[in-house]
Write a protein that binds this ligand. Structure first.
Ligand SMILES: [Zn+2]
Length: 85
């Protein structure tokens, strides 16, 4: 490990899907072995899902917004034995 600082700079682009293939692979490889960063990435992703869902609502309710909300809910209930959605 030890490159968490570097990862932090790439994480935003990674969760936005804007990282280059090379950066994306580097982030994925680091996340695979670094739990704190994985947690961070999950939080970043959750925040983006909410923002995206809200943007969809403002624009009149895109199906993507619903899907994002479903995915967020599914992620939350997973592990508790509940059925997602
Ligand atoms: Zn890390």
């Amino acid at each position: 490990m030890g490159h968490c600082g570097k990862l932090e700079a790439l994480l935003t682009a990674y969760v936005d899907g804007e990282a280059s293939a090379r950066d994306c692979a580097a982030v994925a490889a680091h996340l695979a072995e670094c739990r704190p960063c994985r947690r961070r990435a999950a939080i970043e992703q959750a925040v983006r899902q909410v923002l995206r869902a809200r943007a969809g609502t403002i624009r009149g309710g895109a199906p993507d917004a619903l899907r994002a909300r479903c995915l967020a809910l599914a992620a939350r209930v997973r592990g508790k034995g509940d059925k997602p959605c």
